[in-house]
Write a protein that binds this ligand. Structure first.
Ligand code: DX5
Ligand code: ZN
Length: 229
């Protein structure tokens, strides 16, 4: 069995107290801290060159947070040009660098190489509309990614509804790659962890269900148990 990694999404934290929120999550049993990096789209989404219609944090925030924690910073880059972010995120102290396959069709080989050179762990993410076959070359290649993140909501915002139909992708991945880290992101919590874990996901991102809970430690521990069962 692949080890469980529970990764609260800091997108749901109080950004004005990021260091103490991070510390609180680690105290509650989190393995990783999931950091959502998004570029911004103005109003005509279809014509704009940005990846999602939201703007969050960049490398300077990772750098500041790194001074306060040794935790694994699981950075999820929902950006149009991930290559531009490798150097600054490496310098800032990111641990994992997960880019989107939709944003790296032509240059993923070089991207993975550079991520590793900067001492980060490469991962690839895919949006709900992207077929799972699109990531196979990145896992099968000579210089493979070490994690696949299956989006279970449309990227952009926390607090959306989990898409159970994405579990087909997780099942296909787990069957093909028994020891791969498979991360699910979007709408995960006590009511959806069961299907995700039984499909084969072992890295669980959860924002609103953890930060909105009166006892985040209990939610984290319940999710861990589901993965380990
Ligand atoms: C969405 C982000 C997620 C999000 C998850 O684009 O990638 O990490 O914060 O939040 P919840 O768990 O609230 O769906
Ligand atoms: Zn994310």
């Amino acid at each position: 069995m692949v080890a469980a990694k529970i990764a609260p999404s800091m997108l749901s934290s109080d950004f004005s107290n990021l260091a103490s929120e991070a510390e609180r999550m680690i105290r509650c049993g989190a393995d990783w801290l999931h950091m959502d990096i998004m570029d911004y789209c103005t109003f005509i989404f279809i014509f704009c060159r940005h990846f999602v219609p939201n703007l969050t944090i960049g490398a300077p925030v990772i750098e500041s947070l790194r001074k306060h924690t040794k935790a694994y910073l699981d950075c999820h880059l929902m950006v149009t040009n991930p290559m531009d972010y490798v150097e600054p995120f490496g310098k800032a102290g990111a641990s994992g660098f997960t880019f989107h396959v939709e944003a790296s069709k032509d240059n993923w080989q070089e991207l993975v190489q550079r991520i590793k050179l900067k001492g980060m762990r490469p991962g690839v993410a895919l949006k709900p509309g992207t077929p799972i076959e699109d990531v196979y070359p990145l896992v099968d290649g000579e210089n493979p990614v070490e994690m696949v993140l299956v989006m279970t909501v449309e990227p952009g915002f926390g607090g959306q509804k989990f898409m159970p139909e994405m579990m087909e992708k997780v099942r296909a991945l787990r069957e093909k790659y028994p020891s791969l880290d498979i991360e699910v992101d979007g709408g995960l919590g006590p009511s959806t962890i069961g299907v995700a874990a039984s499909a084969g996901a072992n890295c669980i991102v959860a924002g609103s269900s953890v930060f909105g809970a009166s006892e985040p430690a209990q939610v984290i521990s319940l999710m861990r148990k589901s993965v380990e069962e």
